[in-house]
Design a protein around this ligand. Structure first.
Ligand SMILES: C[S@@+](CC[C@H](N)C(=O)[O-])C[C@H]1O[C@@H](n2cnc3c(N)ncnc32)[C@H](O)[C@@H]1O
Length: 231
């Protein structure tokens, strides 16, 4: 069971993704608990302000540090878990990091908005910084959902077939092999004979070769650090 506290200005953003498919199942099975915290609860004044103009000028607004510090304190701190700030400046999220996060008992995710957050959140709370890729989105909510969905698949018991998550791209430094389902022929394209034959040794070898071929064609970088321990 992993408990994830999400600090966000837009808790509503999470409603639909958390109530469908794998995430819904993970929550219903009690393997994942998501607690959404509206940062505006700790906003300042009647209008519950959470942002202000940057010192030194420049476009847009920044999230002020107060609501974020108070939210972290109100949820009991992060001693029993990992505090994560979603930011394009962070360490790039990959399968290895997701596997590692899936072994934690508690995560606290901070979602930025506007032009970002006051630097004192980094200085004072020392969050781990994680990015979902080298591009800039408007907020940390979608990056948080990417992280949550990615790690939920790794929690034992979440996927119907326990081996599903092990047999996917990036495990062992290779991409997934080509997959086919019915019909055996579709618009002139036939399923490779080996898959129809039922010889599992041959099927495993074909899959291994095809996964490797595809990886070398489109992501040779995965092989430079990968292992050959593929299935
Ligand atoms: C418009 S962005 C701010 C970008 C910031 N000014 C910069 O250039 O680094 C607003 C928020 O979206 C989130 N965000 C945007 N792109 C992201 C990415 N690639 N990975 C993780 N979080 C991202 C972060 O929480 C960020 O604080």
């Amino acid at each position: 069971m992993i408990k994830i506290d999400v600090l966000t200005l837009f808790p509503g953003f999470f409603e639909s993704p958390l109530s469908a498919s794998i995430l819904k199942i993970a929550i219903e099975k009690g393997l994942l608990e998501i607690r959404l915290h509206d940062l505006r609860t700790w906003g300042v004044g009647k209008r519950r302000n959470v942002d202000d103009r940057p010192y030194g000028g420049g476009p847009g607004m920044l999230m002020t540090p107060g609501p974020i510090f108070e939210a972290v304190e109100a949820i009991g701190g992060t001693k029993d878990g990992r505090l994560i700030l979603l930011t394009p400046q962070g360490k790039r999220l990959d399968q290895e990091l997701l596997d590692e996060l899936a072994r934690e008992q508690r995560l606290v995710l901070i979602c930025g908005r506007y032009e970002g957050i006051d630097e004192r959140v980094r200085i004072g709370l020392s969050p781990e910084e994680i990015s979902i890729g080298d591009y800039v989105l408007s907020g940390g909510e979608i990056p948080s959902l990417v992280l949550i969905e990615g790690l939920a698949r790794q929690i034992p018991g979440v996927l119907g077939d326990a081996s599903s998550a092990d047999a996917e791209s990036f495990k062992g430094g290779v991409l997934d092999f080509p997959q086919y389902t019915r019909p055996p022929e579709f618009r002139g394209m036939r399923v490779p004979e080996v898959l129809l034959g039922g010889d599992h040794k041959k099927i495993d070898e074909w899959r291994r070769q095809e996964g490797l071929r595809r990886t070398l064609a489109v992501r040779p970088d995965l092989r430079s650090g990968g292992t050959d321990g593929y299935r």
